[in-house]
Design a protein around this ligand. Structure first.
Ligand code: GLC
Length: 535
């Protein structure tokens, strides 16, 4: 039974907890207001102390920063804003010395429009790099070649006057999509992966893993519902059935190739498989065959309402589709922070911690986003302070991402110890109680609670123990057992009870109000527990 969950996707990451570092906002070492690699090095002791095992660094490559680093102009370098390759080497060495693994963000769906490949590609119709991107003649009416839209608003096509053709970009025009049907692009990325494996990275988080390969006939995508002028880019994007631009079967071939490439280095392939419908059966294809990605982020838990039935469906369906290979995130740099999404204020913070009791004990690889451990909510910025192009380039009110990206409040210092200069976006009115410094010294703080939860997980959860539900879909409490642990979360809007399975269960971690009367557990709203089998 112990080895029940060991499958082809197993590896050193099985028992790990990940931590996402959004480079610009984590720690600034040189006072330019932007986080950097030396800043990360300074915080490695904090991360070890917290008890995470794996750090994911968002892009630090040379970039014009149109999408703050997700527009890469050199895949094998470090942008001076973030440091140097020597800093990167030092970071790897220092992290490994502390037994922290580091994975880096690979951005293969698109490059920057300033990448030398694209600059060549656009220079003439017969340039040798033309085929690295998707160039098409205008449609019959002279407009874009098809109805595909950009995630960030407007058509996915921009006309280049010089050659009279359109190029494809599923994000900004500054992020032209690479042509993954071109073997040369495939070879270029083989070399890029090898370059970073040579610098001892422990794996890759693959950006837009669902998007790489396109249907080369480029038919129009069918509409799911009509588009209105007051819709945000996200809503417009969701109005289409992305039958021809996303989730094409060819993606798996790329990941199978990379799997062979990374295996000698024992490196992790973790995909951002962002499919709007969150259909777990589609996400599971990326990991299910055991020879493609090792883990895929599953985003439904970041969107599901705090209600028993939708939550039951979300988790049961996901674990049926991919019992061990999903990655769970409490928050990210692309979505509102968990406490904000879960109702705001102290209630939101409590719910986020309670939710972590569930997420962190599920099979798979859970991630904290920097600041989750401090109970941080998203911040409200004044319109003139917004930086995210999703917000600044759209007139309709949009789901801009700045609120989740404000810098980390570290200490009682100017700009809360994030920088000695002016932060690139405002700190957003954090208080001393929000800082790591305060919370490290305060029993019962959010930080101490997350640390305790991670410690319990590490000490008591067998990563190979299968999950068995303790309650069923008609219960307001989602509870499951893995080996000698039970995790339970009350998502109903009233007190709820459950009866524990046979054995002596000790309550070792609690969020909110929970009473244990022998084998009966009585949960208040927004509460959660971890229990250990003692005999
Ligand atoms: C991913 C990233 C996001 C970025 C986009 C385009 O979704 O997480 O931040 O803007 O890809 O690269």
């Amino acid at each position: 039974m112990d080895s029940f969950l060991k499958n082809k996707n197993s590896g050193w990451w099985d028992g790990s907890v990940g931590y996402e570092i959004y480079m610009r906002s984590f720690a600034d070492s040189n006072g330019d207001g932007v986080g950097d690699l030396p800043g990360v090095i300074q915080k490695l002791d904090y991360l070890s102390w917290l008890g995470v095992d794996l750090v994911w660094l968002t892009p630090f490559y040379p970039s014009p920063m149109a999408d703050f680093g997700y527009d890469v102009s050199d895949y094998c370098g470090v942008d001076p804003l973030f440091g140097t390759l020597e800093d990167f080497d030092e970071l790897m060495e220092e992290a490994h010395r502390r037994e922290l693994r580091v994975i880096i963000d690979l951005v293969p769906n698109h490059s920057s429009s300033q990448h030398p490949w694209f600059l060549s590609s656009k220079s003439s119709l017969d340039n040798e790099f033309r085929g690295y991107y998707h160039w098409r003649d205008p449609g019959p009416d002279g407009g874009p070649p098809n109805n595909w839209v950009s995630h960030f608003g407007g058509s996915a096509w921009t006309l280049d006057e010089l050659t009279g053709q359109y190029f494809l970009h599923l994000f900004l025009p500054e992020q032209p999509d690479l042509n993954w049907n071109n073997p040369k692009v495939i070879q270029e990325f083989d070399e890029i992966l090898k370059f970073w494996l040579g610098l001892n990275v422990d794996g890759f988080r693959i950006d837009v893993a669902q998007g790489l390969v396109k249907n080369m006939l480029m038919p129009d995508n069918p509409y799911r519902f009509p588009i209105r002028s007051d819709m945000s880019p996200r809503q417009v994007f969701a109005a289409f059935d992305h039958r021809y631009d996303l989730d094409q079967t060819g993606n798996l071939e790329i990941f199978r190739r990379w799997r062979k490439l990374v295996e000698p280095n024992d490196a992790l392939l973790l995909g951002e498989v962002y499919l709007r419908d969150n259909d777990p059966n589609r996400v599971s294809r990326y990991v299910g065959s055991g020879d493609a990605l090792h883990r895929a982020f599953y985003f439904a838990p970041m969107h599901v309402p705090w209600l028993p039935q939708p939550m039951w469906d979300t988790f049961r369906d996901a674990l049926d589709a991919a019992p061990v290979d999903l990655s769970w995130a409490l928050s990210s740099h692309d979505d509102p922070r968990a406490p904000t999404r879960l109702g705001g204020g102290n209630e939101g913070k409590q719910r986020a911690l309670a939710y972590s009791v569930l997420l962190f004990f599920l099979p798979g690889l859970p991630f904290l986003y920097q600041g989750d451990e401090l109970g941080l909510s998203s911040v409200e910025l004044d319109p003139e302070d917004l930086a995210d192009p999703v917000a600044t380039r759209n007139t309709v009110e949009t789901d801009g991402r700045d609120g989740a990206r404000s810098p980390i409040p570290w200490a009682n210092a100017p700009e809360m110890g994030f920088t000695t200069g002016t932060p690139w976006i405002p700190m957003g009115g954090r208080s001393y109680e929000d800082t790591a410094e305060y919370q490290q010294e305060t029993d019962g703080s959010w930080l101490m609670s997350y640390k305790e939860l991670l410690k319990l997980r590490k000490e008591h959860l067998d990563p190979n123990a299968p999950l068995r539900w303790v309650t069923a879909r008609d219960s307001g409490v989602i509870a499951f057992r893995r080996g000698g642990t039970i995790s339970a979360l009350n998502v109903s809007d009233c007190d709820s009870e459950i009866v524990l399975p046979e054995g002596e269960w000790e309550l070792v971690f609690q969020v909110g109000e929970v009473k244990k009367i022998s084998e009966l557990l009585i949960f208040g709203v927004n509460s959660a527990v971890v229990l250990l089998l003692t005999s």
